[in-house]
Write a protein that binds this ligand. Structure first.
Ligand SMILES: Cc1cc2nc3c(=O)[nH]c(=O)nc-3n(C[C@H](O)[C@H](O)[C@H](O)COP(=O)(O)O)c2cc1C
Ligand code: SF4
Length: 434
């Protein structure tokens, strides 16, 4: 038996070898390619492009490159593409090339949603606030968070959020959701995972408050749950409000799966339409959500800060933990969320083949989100559907992750030559800035 299938909750006969499974199931009968629904939104198949930071929003705006990027993903066959990390306010950004939702960029966002719709796909936007991941040097704003905790990642201490700050940020989520709907987005993904602000409240690792927003799980859920509820109330019952959340932070004293099950139920009760269980804490365990290689040298090359480059070069190997990659690496834990809620659960993490897609469907997931396999080949879903390919050849080198820090994201392995990380692959929309 291949390692990739160990412990799968699927019939013995499934997926032990890709070829065996592929031979036995005709393309048109596979659930992964049938329409599905999230709240009132009908999707043409079960494949959503995961929010993968594009690095295409210089000055926090929606660029032509970003529009072309998502048009290409939509053309490639996914049912819905996700515009990644989009802040609900200017100060909620960790980096200057992250977008924040505001009236002035609505015409450009409208061009993006129109372009995706013309290709027959839907488009979602990931709404977030980075909390204490902000850096005054990068965005000009003092970071704020649940508690005063030193952040080695940005070398800063956050301001502790007051009740007024909490109410203000909740309102910013609602206002951003309203603007995004006006711009034509079909769904939202509220970011409650990966250590961003709402996750900073959920996690006992970062939340040491003694007021009604800290201490017990009930209290730590109060702010994130209120955001989901407020957005749901503003959108009405049919609009898809998805929530990306952690099943584990991967750090001592952080969220673990038992808490995550309770958190999932609470988000469902507050009106979430679907859940996307993930893991990892960007400042501490960033490769937990990705698995595979840690491309230290590429990170050094892409970072603009001399201090960080220096730190990464000499201490990167010790600072950033590597996690072994398996296909469907989050499935076993995510099944606990499937069992706990009635709303659709979206499997993200290592969905790399038609076999993985069907394994997820048969295990009880309604949708999958795919990141790297679509960065590798934006047309992969069409190829899978037509039977032209059965698996992605992404090798999880994670060099695209390093690249996005310094400019537009692309698959480094699609290019040739010793300096290949400097060039966009031929045919990929747009070119990297000089
Ligand atoms: C280049 C890159 C950028 C990413 N940026 C984000 C992001 O902005 N927000 C987020 O929630 N996850 C982000 N992720 C994580 C993905 O959404 C996804 O959870 C992860 O890549 C696992 O899925 P995969 O195995 O299909 O790539 C990013 C991943 C990659 C590869
Ligand atoms: S650079 Fe390409 S091959 Fe490497 S992880 Fe990213 S998409 Fe996959």
């Amino acid at each position: 038996m291949e390692e990739r299938n160990v412990g799968r909750v699927v019939p013995e006969s499934w997926g032990l070898r890709k070829e065996v499974h592929m031979a036995s199931v005709a393309v048109e009968t596979r659930k992964g390619f049938t329409p599905g629904k999230i709240a009132g939104l009908q999707l043409r198949n079960r494949i959503i492009r995961a929010g993968c930071f594009e690095g295409m929003c210089e000055g926090g705006s929606c660029s032509d490159l970003l529009i072309e990027h998502h048009r290409a993903v939509a053309k490639g066959g996914t049912a819905m593409t996700t515009v990644a990390y989009c802040s609900v306010s200017e100060e909620g950004r960790a980096y200057g090339h992250e977008m924040w939702v505001r009236k002035e960029i609505l015409p450009d966002l409208r061009r993006l949603t129109d372009a995706v719709h013309k290709e027959g796909a839907a488009v979602s936007v990931q709404l977030g606030h980075c909390g204490y991941f902000a850096s005054k040097a990068d965005t000009g704003f003092q970071p704020m968070g649940a508690s005063r905790k030193f952040n080695l990642f940005r070398i800063s201490f956050p301001k502790v959020m007051t009740e007024a700050d909490i109410n203000k940020v909740r309102d910013q989520f609602v206002q951003s959701a309203l603007l995004a709907r006006e711009a034509g987005f079909d769904a939202f993904e509220i970011h409650c995972g990966h250590g961003y602000l709402l996750a900073q409240f959920l996690s006992p690792y970062t939340n040491h408050r003694t007021d009604i927003y800290g201490g017990s799980l009930e209290n730590r859920m109060r702010f994130p749950a209120s955001v989901v509820k407020a957005v749901r109330e503003a959108m009405g019952p049919a609009f898809p409000v998805m929530v990306k959340m952690n099943m584990t932070d991967g750090i001592k004293g952080g969220i673990e799966i038992e808490d995550a099950v309770a958190i999932a139920k609470r988000f469902e009760a507050e009106g979430a339409s679907a859940l996307v269980p993930s893991c990892g804490f960007t400042s501490k365990t960033p490769f937990m959500m990705l698995r595979g290689n840690v491309p230290t040298l590429e990170f050094v090359a892409a970072d603009k800060s001399f201090m960080r480059r220096f730190g990464l070069l000499f201490f990167g190997r010790f600072m950033v933990q590597e996690y072994h990659y398996n296909d469907l690496f989050l499935m076993q834990d995510a099944l606990k969320i499937v069992k706990a809620v009635k709303i659709p659960v979206v499997l993200v993490g290592g969905v790399c083949s038609v076999n993985d897609l069907e394994t997820a469907m048969s295990a009880g997931f309604e949708f999958v989100e795919i990141g790297r396999a679509i960065i590798k080949d934006p047309d992969i879903v069409n190829k899978w559907q037509k039977g032209e390919a059965m698996a992605s050849d992404c090798d999880h080198c994670n060099r695209c992750v390093a690249v996005m820090n310094g400019g537009p994201v692309y698959c480094v392995c699609n290019t040739k030559g010793p300096l290949k990380r400097r060039f966009q692959p031929e045919g990929w929309p747009g070119t990297r800035r000089a």
